[in-house]
Design a protein around this ligand. Structure first.
Ligand code: SAH
Ligand code: SF4
Length: 410
């Protein structure tokens, strides 16, 4: 058991800024379980240092070391005095998610199957996925915000897991830190993050935003806000809340249908927040000067890929500063015993239909791009994240485009 460092401190009333799990008393009770620093904000780390009896700026140094320097070993934090590093090593840890499997695609992308230990009390162990996608001039990291998902979209394999649990801020930002650390030899300076892995980010608002702030903070990971994209199935109260946030990622909406009838059939969330309500919330969403909302549209062959659908999409989006990303539906991998997306009553769209759909949008003045998913051979593509473990038995679709789902350069 670690030495009780907080016994050195007076156990008087707790200073306000140390409320919550960082207070000396809670930490004292927690002894033996090292406090995890991944996911903690600069204020929380400053409060921790105050609780250690150190000047608050030590917390800022710790913060910069973890998120900007990506140093995960206290011994490597040479700007901190050696005795403090030792005390930190005894009481705290910087724990990244544990990689239980790593799958490498023929296109260079990597899918991580992660085991999350879970925190004492309220969060059970869980498994999620993160995908690293290298491309010309940047890497894109696709992260999960929940284990599984409750939204139950009919074309998505993740839905078949159901909701297992919300992830903590540390588990969310930890996925980015882990992928960057694991791939450090092939990194280029620009990193894009897409919150498009398992889960519905706006149904786990607080932890997602706490993690996003660490990514966007200049003293933290310093990723430009236009390089972080949050994708939602259309949780209207979450969109309204995001609109009021000062620091926030780019917004992407999974539209996926051109009428309520169609959307009801594939996204049950549409019954709660139908198209008019959703698009009104998008119209109310405050956009910066050069900002726009991305609308993702999964093309389901024979279901929503007709030219009339494209014309209806144009009408739906009129008056919005919008870009459309067309995502040809990814059938799942036929893995024995695993949930199979190929059992779903959809088919991939014909290439000619994809072209025609895009042309119809563009001819009517609606900017649209086709985004082919990466990592199809390793079950890493959009909608395939369902903890699949046997890539050897995958039938790998060919003709993978070099474009990723990452947003285009601003
Ligand atoms: N839950 C969020 C983010 C994760 S899903 C959301 O739904 O937006 C990320 C994107 O993958 C969404 O746009 C979703 O519509 C798309 N998607 C899901 N299943 C897919 C599949 N099988 N093929 C292609 N795209 C899929
Ligand atoms: Fe959840 Fe998104 Fe999949 Fe829908 S598409 S089930 S919201 S992960």
């Amino acid at each position: 058991m670690a030495a009780c460092w907080c016994a050195e401190l007076p156990h008087g009333p707790m200073p306000e800024q140390t409320a919550g799990c960082l207070c000396p008393v809670c930490l004292c009770q927690d002894l033996g379980a090292h406090i995890d620093l991944v996911g903690k904000s600069a204020d929380e780390l400053r409060a921790l240092m105050a609780a250690f009896g150190e000047p608050a700026y030590r917390g800022t140094q710790l913060y910069k070391s973890i998120y900007a320097g990506r140093r995960f070993d206290f011994a490597a934090m040479s700007d901190l005095p050696a005795p403090l590093r030792e005390r930190l090593a005894a009481a705290a840890r910087i724990a990244l998610p544990e990689v239980s499997r790593r799958y490498v695609s023929a296109d260079g992308s990597v899918r991580y199957l992660l085991s999350l230990a879970g925190a004492k009390g309220d969060s059970a162990p869980a498994r999620v996925e993160t995908v690293f996608m290298p491309s010309e001039g940047r890497q894109t990291i696709c992260i999960s915000t929940q284990a599984g998902c409750a939204v139950d979209c009919k074309f998505c394999l993740t839905a078949q897991l159901g909701l297992i649990r919300n992830l903590t801020a540390g588990e969310i930002v930890g996925q980015v830190l882990l992928a960057l650390e694991d791939q450090r030899d092939r990194l280029v300076p620009r990193t894009n993050i897409v919150l498009m892995g398992q889960g519905e980010p706006l149904l786990n608002f607080e932890p997602v935003m706490a993690a996003v702030r660490l990514m966007l903070d200049d003293n933290g990971m310093a990723i430009a806000p236009r390089h972080v994209t949050l994708s939602t199935s259309g949780i209207v109260p979450g969109i309204e809340r995001l609109s009021r946030e000062k620091i926030r990622p780019k917004l992407a909406i999974s539209l996926n249908a051109s009428s309520d009838e169609q959307r009801d059939a594939i996204m049950p969330i549409n019954r709660k927040y139908p198209l008019k309500t959703l698009l009104d919330a998008c119209r109310e969403y405050t956009l910066g000067n050069r900002e726009y909302i991305t609308f993702e549209y999964v093309l389901l062959g024979g279901f929503n890929d007709a030219p009339e659908d494209a014309r209806r999409v144009v009408r739906l989006l009129s008056g919005l500063r919008a870009k459309v990303n067309l995502i040809p539906w990814n059938p799942g991998a036929p893995v024995k015993g695993a949930a199979r997306e190929s059992d779903l009553p959809f088919r991939a769209p014909d290439p000619a239909r994809i072209d025609e759909f895009r042309r119809t949008l563009m001819d009517k003045g609606q900017l649209a791009m086709v985004r082919y998913s990466r990592g199809q051979d390793i079950a890493a593509a959009c909608g395939q994240l369902a903890l699949i473990e046997s890539p050897a038995s995958f039938s790998a679709p060919v003709s993978i485009s070099p474009t990723s789902l990452a947003p285009p350069p601003a």
